[in-house]
Every structure is written in structure tokens, then in C-alpha cells.
Write a protein that binds this ligand. Structure first.
Ligand code: NDP
Length: 399
């Protein structure tokens, strides 16, 4: 049915590519392009032989002209951006120049400021609309499935949703004292930033890890959660009717937090360049180089993730609470696609988002967050492609 250009060949891309190959009626042909071509070739070698035709290419996604040349030669129907958030705008520029649909899983972040918000990508709205192409923003799990869950809750369960708590629980254990489950640089920038949430239309800022709560998760048990700033708060507060407060919580174990504090205290998480032996280096980028590659955690990680949303609102004039979540097992993911559950829970929705555009189930030129589309076909595909969802109308973990 279509051709997809996948940019990036890391943990998330690897899962997305496996899943495209499991859906060959939609993904007839894919091209895997990244900075390091050998990683693309290794993925091709693993997956070649199925119905989906695979090719590879080298590309520097910071360079718009290189991207335009690649798109013009492969002629994809959609570009799936699974490189880093720094590349979002260059890839969107290339999609505009070639009139190609665009999908990503994380919002743009300037390399020199650890601040992520949608304003840079939302600024492309009119140009994408005029070009008749769609940019689907945030088609991972969070952002991504959390937005689809919100749209589904709004469509089927509520007249208005007043409170959303997004709960990202990873109870996996990889056996290392300190490692990150996705790109270490992006992960550490995210968790060492100030926390924030939206209440009555205003952002409330907190110190990093200032707000801690304990939740009792189905299939996992009690876990410490900390309030973080997260990108989907910004779009969901606008797109879901009736929101009074929206927050995001993530689990962190004590070992992770102790190591992070120590690395922060000695300056290793800084993104300010320093002089080292006559060369400028960024401490956080150096730290990334010495930490385990998230793609290598797959065979070591045991346990489950539970990511979902608690919604509180009104239906037919009555108060209502609804909890929608997915539980994913690290070892099962590794058995299926050779990756741990954090890459899996992001790579599967990236494939599904692209499939929504390729099949025309979602067709809305412009730049859109995922909750702006009909959630039903996406929810069906979650069940079909390895991320079945569960619901509860009386969740015990609500405070
Ligand atoms: P990895 O670091 O494993 O992979 C990133 C890939 O992008 C690598 O193959 C890297 O190439 C490539 N890349 C980086 N810069 C460039 C460039 N300039 N040109 C071409 N290729 C480039 O990251 P992950 O797979 O863990 O994460 C991928 C994305 O997914 C990130 O944006 C992350 O924020 C997002 N994410 C989203 C989640 C969600 O739920 N929404 C959850 C987890 C992650 P090389 O191999 O040469 O370094």
C-alpha cells in the first residue's frame, strides 16, 4: 500500500522496522536511513526475506539538502522520524519541500537548551496544510498512546474530562546500577529538568523530582513515581474538553536517582561545552558514550512496564473515574523483536501512526498531535500489534 522512509537505526527504530515487516500489506517497501549506515545494514540483514522490500541509506538528518535528495530518490509516502528530537525541524523542512507526510515520537528540542515544547513544530501548521500533507506529532507511547487513550476516553466514556494523570511505570530491571532505557542524552535532559504540570490553564513549576507519590500498579505492585514535565501535557490541555489539571508521573528507582544526583553534582549532566585536552566536549554527550547503549539492554531486562492514564470527569452529569493502560513484558518483547519494552512500546505506535496515514484512515493535512485523530482504528491496531490495552472503572491506585 505504501513506502516509508525510516530515519534512525537505534532502539526505537529497530522495533518499528520489525513491526513494519509484520504489516507488509501496508508497508510494501521501507528504506532505513541513518547517520551510521552499518546499523541500517545490520537491521536489513536481520529482516530481509519477508514481503516488505528493504533498502538502506546513509543520511545526516541535520542537513536538509541531504534529506531532500534522499526523499526524492526513494519517493516515500511517509517519513518516520526515529532519530533524535534535534532533527525534527530539518526533517519537517525536507518533508515540506518534497510534499511528504511526516511522523515522529518526540517534540523538537534545541541542542543547546534543554527545553522542549511544541511551538516550533506548531509553527509549520499552515505550510503543511497548504502543501496538502500531514505531520503526525508524538506517535510513541508517551507522547503517543497516552494521547490516543485520552481521545478514546473523551469519545466513548466522558462528556468532559477534568483531570488526567499520566503514569509511566517501568518496573524492569537490567541489572546495571545505572543505565537509561532510551537515548541517555535525551533521557537525562528530560529527568534533570524542572518538573511542571498544568492547573486551571497555567503551568505550575516544581523542582526536579520534588513531587513523589506511591502507586499500586496492576500486575506490578507499589512503585515510587515522580512528577516530570512532559510534552503531551501541552497539547492535551488544549485538545481535551474540560481539563482542569493534567500531570505526568514516571517511576525511578533509588539506585537511578542516587547515581543521577551524583553525576549532576560533579557536572557530568551539563550541556554546556567545556575545554578538554584542547577540544570542546559536552559533558552529557561524553557521559552518553560511557553508558550502556539502550539497544543492548534487551537481553538483560526482566519485569514489566505499565503505562496509562487515569481520567476523572463527568458523564451524563455524574462523576466518573476511568483508567486505561497497557502492560508490557520486557522479556516477551525481547523474544519477539530483540528489544526491551521501552523501545517496544515506542516503536509499535510509531509503526501504527504511519500505517494510519498510509491507509488513509487518518487524513488531515496540517500539523497535528495524535489526540486530534479518531482513536478507534489506532486502538484496534494496538491490540493487533502487541500492545493490548486494559480498562478499569474503579482503579484502586487513584489517590
Ligand atoms: P537511539 O539513540 O537508540 O537512536 C537514535 C538514532 O538516530 C541512531 O541510530 C542515531 O544514529 C540516529 N541519529 C542521530 N542523529 C542523527 C543525524 N543527525 N542524522 C541521522 N541519524 C541520526 O535513540 P532511541 O531509539 O532510544 O530513541 C529514538 C527517538 O525516540 C528519540 O527521539 C526519543 O526521544 C524518542 N522516544 C520517544 C518515546 C515516546 O514514548 N514517545 C519513548 C522513547 C524514546 P547513530 O547510530 O549514528 O548514533
Amino acid at each position: 500500500m505504501g513506502k516509508a522512509l525510516i530515519i534512525g537505526a537505534g532502539g526505537v527504530a529497530s522495533v518499528c522496522i520489525h513491526k513494519c515487516c509484520q504489516n507488509p500489506d501496508v508497508f510494501e517497501e521501507i528504506c532505513i536511513a541513518s547517520r551510521t549506515k552499518s546499523k541500517c545494514d545490520a537491521l536489513k540483514e536481520k529482516l530481509d526475506g519477508g514481503k516488505t522490500k528493504i533498502s538502506t541509506a546513509q543520511v545526516n538528518a541535520d542537513n536538509v539538502d541531504e534529506l531532500i535528495n534522499l526523499i526524492n530518490s526513494f519517493k516515500p509516502d511517509v517519513v518516520i522520524n526515529l532519530a533524535l528530537p534535534y532533527q525534527d525541524l530539518t526533517i519537517m523542512d525536507a518533508c515540506l519541500a518534497t510534499k511528504t507526510n511526516y511522523v515522529d515520537t518526540a517534540n523538537y528540542e534545541p541542542l543547546d537548551t534543554a527545553k522542549f515544547e511544541y511551538k516550533w513544530q506548531w509553527a509549520y501548521r499552515e505550510r503543511f496544510e497548504k502543501a496538502g500533507i500531514t505531520a503526525l506529532l508524538g506517535s510513541g507511547f508517551d507522547p503517543g498512546v497516552t494521547g490516543v487513550f485520552s481521545a478514546y476516553a473523551m469519545k466513548h466514556e466522558f462528556d468532559e474530562i477534568n483531570y488526567i494523570d499520566i503514569l509511566d511505570c517501568n518496573a524492569g530491571d537490567h541489572g546495571y546500577p545505572f543505565a537509561t532505557n532510551f537515548n541517555p542524552e535525551i533521557n537525562i535532559r528530560e529527568v534533570s529538568a524542572k518538573g511542571s504540570y498544568i492547573e486551571d490553564g497555567k503551568w505550575i513549576e516544581t523542582e526536579p523530582m520534588e513531587i513523589k507519590r506511591v502507586y499500586n500498579f496492576p500486575e506490578i505492585g507499589e512503585k515510587d513515581m515522580y512528577l516530570l514535565h512532559h510534552e503531551e501535557l501541552e497539547s492535551l490541555a488544549l485538545n481535551i474538553k474540560g481539563i482542569k489539571r493534567i500531570r505526568f508521573f514516571m517511576t525511578f528507582g533509588q539506585s537511578y536517582l542516587t547515581h543521577l544526583k551524583c553525576l549532576e553534582n560533579v557536572g557530568m549532566t551539563s550541556i554546556e561545552p567545556i575545554e578538554f585536552e584542547g577540544k570542546q566536549i559536552v559533558p552529557l554527550q561524553f557521559l552518553k558514550a560511557v553508558l550502556p547503549d539502550p539497544a543492548s539492554l534487551g537481553p538483560r531486562t526482566k519485569g514489566k512496564t505499565n503505562i496509562g492514564c487515569i481520567f476523572i470527569g463527568k458523564k451524563d452529569g455524574k462523576d466518573k473515574t476511568y483508567y486505561l493502560y497497557n502492560v508490557c513484558d520486557h522479556e516477551e518483547c525481547y523474544k519477539e523483536v530483540g528489544s526491551q519494552a521501552v523501545s517496544y512500546t515506542t516503536g509499535v505506535p510509531a509503526m501504527i501512526g504511519a500505517a494510519m496515514l498510509l491507509t488513509g484512515k487518518w487524513n488531515k493535512p496540517g500539523v497535528h498531535n495524535i489526540e486530534e485523530f479518531d482513536p478507534d482504528p489506532f486502538m484496534d491496531d494496538l491490540n493487533k500489534f502487541g500492545l493490548p490495552w486494559k480498562e478499569s472503572f474503579s482503579p484502586e491506585l487513584v489517590d
